[in-house]
Design a protein around this ligand. Structure first.
Ligand code: M6R
Length: 607
């Protein structure tokens, strides 16, 4: 996730407006920043790695001539956060500048073709293929707009782009596919931005660009066309009634709920990972003597779920270990044949880095899964994968958890393929289901939002909750418990359901809320037995079930329905979402701020 902005003014300097707008978009990414303006037919560019304020102190982002320009605040996806990878990116002759939010899936092949034609690339980004492709199309005789249009037909993936060029000095061309882009309209000029807060101080009149649309903006007008067949689109501006604070959260009251709703988009982005890195990591895992999955908190729960995936799909035994326990628990067993897959959304968790450091000193192979390119974890990993969730502001991990699960499921499947452990048909079915996950999660969240509100209202004064699941759902239960505990301060317990009768069941008395995670998998029959045990002792049953599971519905006092039927290994991705909502609404019911739970930091950098 990055933030882009463009403005075409009737008069005055664009640079200070771009700078101010990028500050409003900083929540979308903050590892590098850049601006380009045009003045008297010359393109001016300033960019560097670092936060906007730091770069502004060094370069003075306001001091650029021209009343037209574009800007970008970056959250690295391809290429570390270095100056050379900061946007805008340009063509060979520096006459076309592009800012981009999204992922160009086929950039490697396009880059190869363009390099063969003599194009010189300066960065490691996927974005840079865009200005070079536009340049190449113009060489074939197209004008700038035609060349941009043709380029959009060539690239695959997600994008919101803004293009500035000396060839059309009074125009910005922007386009959207799966990354947001909004046009702002005022008396003084026209703007385009990833998000409304960027131009809200300038205008509250907004035109939302839809997927597959291109817009040509000038200081006094905008035109919208469809990319596929170049048909004009008539769309009038809407008046936005949000305050600046509301707009930053896209109208949601908290970042946590916004991030819960972002999960379908994040899951879509996990489907765009480069095969190269997934295959490489899968090869390392396949060849490892033993594999330790090392992480803290929510990332540890992703590892716990992954241990079921690796075992079930790839017949690969892995050891999920809480990072702060790793050295004591497994330390002496680590050697040159060990592989550590460290999972950390921030890539900066001290306990996880300490475990990695220890294992490196014992010559183990380090693999990393993180959300932050350039984080410490990426620097010490032999191979790392970036999970593409975009910045997570709420302290509670939500979208980063489901993205981690999606990446880990894809990895497990690749190891399974290498090992020839599951059949062709099963692989295809799983791949198809992984592709369907974003839609299933989207429907599940929408459907369960009102249910979660209602359950939270009814149960807000409960002193304790019990979460139970079997198989991979025991990881879902652990994560659901952590969410409720850390956000709503409800002390909660989670167990594999079979273990509950070895002690915890003694807690049950009439009205005790027990949450069962019940996918329609091999564990279902046994879990029904566990539900009956709890009911017999007067527990109140809240279940998360597959849509239409009438039997468990009839045993439950409340239920959340997941929209679709899933193979067991993918269930945590969808089954956790109603319970994220429950934790969120419990916190809201209790008057707590879910984004900033007491005593917790987003990134835990102490031992
Ligand atoms: O950045 P990491 O994934 O390494 O963070 C690990 C934990 O600190 C984190 O998951 C924490 O438990 C969150 N509060 C969970 O919501």
């Amino acid at each position: 996730m990055c933030g882009i902005f463009g403005c075409v003014l009737k008069e005055g300097k664009a640079a200070p407006l771009i700078h101010a707008a990028l500050k409003k978009l900083e929540y979308r990414g903050y590892d590098s920043v850049g601006e380009a303006t045009l003045f008297n037919g010359v393109m001016y560019i300033k960019k560097d790695q670092g936060k906007i304020d730091e770069v502004h102190r060094e370069l003075n982002l306001d001091d650029m001539e021209g009343s037209i320009g574009i800007g970008h605040t970056r959250w690295a996806t391809h290429g570390a956060p270095y100056k050379v990878n900061a946007h805008p990116h340009t063509d060979c002759a520096n006459r076309i500048a592009v800012v981009h939010n999204g992922i160009v899936e086929n950039f490697l092949e396009i880059r190869k073709e363009l390099e063969a034609l003599g194009h010189e690339f300066r960065s490691k980004t996927d974005t840079e293929v865009i200005p070079h492709l536009i340049e190449e199309n113009m060489k074939k005789g197209m004008n700038l707009i035609e060349a941009v249009h043709e380029t959009l037909k060539t690239i695959r993936g997600s994008y919101a782009i803004a293009v500035l060029s000396v060839f059309e000095p009074n125009t910005i061309i922007c386009a959207r596919n799966e990354s947001p882009l909004i046009i702002g309209v005022s008396e003084e000029g026209t703007y385009c931005a990833s998000d409304i807060p960027a131009f809200l101080p300038l205008t509250n009149k907004a035109v939302i660009l839809e997927n597959g649309e291109i817009a040509i903006i000038k200081s006094d007008k905008y035109e919208i066309w469809t990319i596929e067949d170049w048909k004009p689109v008539k769309r009038e501006p809407e008046v936005i009634k949000w305050t600046a604070e509301m707009a930053e959260k896209q109208g949601y009251p908290h970042f946590m709920i916004k991030e819960i709703y972002e999960q379908p988009r994040c899951l879509r982005d996990t489907l765009r990972l480069q095969d190269l890195y997934l295959d490489l990591m899968a090869t390392f895992l396949d060849r490892a003597g033993e594999v330790f999955l090392v992480a803290a908190g929510t990332s540890y729960h992703a590892c716990l779920a992954a241990s079921y995936m690796f075992s079930d799909l790839a017949f690969l035994a892995t050891h999920p270990v809480i990072s702060s326990e790793f050295i004591e628990q497994e330390g002496m067993a680590v050697n040159i044949n060990s592989t550590i897959l460290a999972v950390s959304q921030s890539g900066e968790t001290t306990d996880t880095l300490a475990a990695v450091d220890y294992a490196r000193n014992r010559a183990a192979t380090i693999l990393g899964l993180t959300n932050v390119v350039g984080s410490s974890l990426t620097r010490v990993s032999r191979v790392y994968i970036v999970q593409q969730s975009g910045p997570e502001i709420g302290v509670a991990a939500t979208k980063t958890f489901t993205s981690q699960l999606s990446v880990l499921a894809q990895l497990a499947l690749r190891v399974a393929k290498i090992r020839g452990k599951i059949g062709h048909r099963q692989i295809e079915e799983l791949e198809e289901k992984i592709r369907q996950m974003p839609d299933i999660v989207e429907k599940t969240i929408k459907k369960n939002d009102p249910v979660a509100r209602e359950v939270a209202k009814e149960f807000r004064d409960k002193q304790v909750f019990f979460f139970l699941g079997r198989g991979i759902s025991s990881a879902t239960a652990q994560e659901a418990r952590l969410k409720l505990m850390e956000i709503a301060y409800v002390p909660s317990i989670a167990y594999p359901a079979g273990e509950s009768k070895h002690g915890p069941i003694s807690l049950i008395e009439p009205g005790f809320p027990v949450v069962f995670i019940c996918p329609k998998d091999e564990t279902r029959k046994t879990i029904i037995g566990n539900i009956m045990e709890m009911k017999a002792r007067g527990a109140t049953i809240i279940s998360v079930i597959e849509e239409g599971d009438e039997e468990i519905k009839s045993l439950s006092d409340k239920y959340f329905e997941v929209a679709g039927s899933l193979p067991e290994m993918l269930t945590p991705i969808a089954f956790i979402t109603p319970l994220q909502l429950l934790a969120y609404y419990m916190a809201v019911e209790k008057g707590l701020n879910p984004d900033k739970p007491r005593n917790l930091a987003k990134s835990v950098t102490v031992k």
